[in-house]
Design a protein around this ligand. Sequence first.
Ligand code: IPE
Ligand code: MG
Length: 221
Amino acid sequence: MDGNGRWAQERGLKRTEGHAAGEAALFDVVEGALELGISWLTVYAFSTENWRRPGDEVRFLMRFNESLLVRRRDELNEMGVRIRFIGRRDWRVPKRLLRRMDESVALTAANRKLTLTIAFNYGSRAELVDAVKALLLEGADPGTIDEADIAKRLYDPEMPDVDLWVRTSGEHRISNYLLWQSAYAEMVFVDTFWPAFRRDDLAGAVAEYQRRDRRFGGLKG
Ligand code: IPE
Ligand code: MG
């Protein structure tokens, strides 16, 4: 969900107002995903690198995400959305926010229409390091470790591989997002800043995806 700051700047607003405006985009995209029959949607809300931002902005993002969960989880629940999180639960994430996250996951655990995974304090390299640590702690045999062993120790082992990967705001970077899961993802880059992104833009990315020929390393079938 990139481009909040630039969207705000263009309008003479504070960066944090761009983050706030991103909420409408997120909910429109969730509704669009439900309409399109998408059953897994994962959004990058806060990266392990975002702690480098000014303290004021980081504090805003912590409070904002907490308030978003409290204000909107019932609505998401009624829509049949299952909320999940991927990321490191380290000391830097406020306890209160962790509590809201856990409550939201528990509240929506039985829903199956759409799994909305929020990547928070997430970084793919950290995720892979954590998976390797888990394997070592379990005393795994190096001679037999395979890809499935790694995949099973990612933050959400049930999350399927990424089919369609979308980045907003005109940046052409992966930025440490779902590296393992996106090995064969179709990537779509759009110039739209996140707060201006809507379900039609998601549908456009899906249409682009449908025009792609996925071969997974094989030959044209
Ligand atoms: C994405 O928007 C939101 C987060 C990373 C939390 P940015 O804040 O990165 O906006 P730009 O890239 O500065 O425009
Ligand atoms: Mg950015």
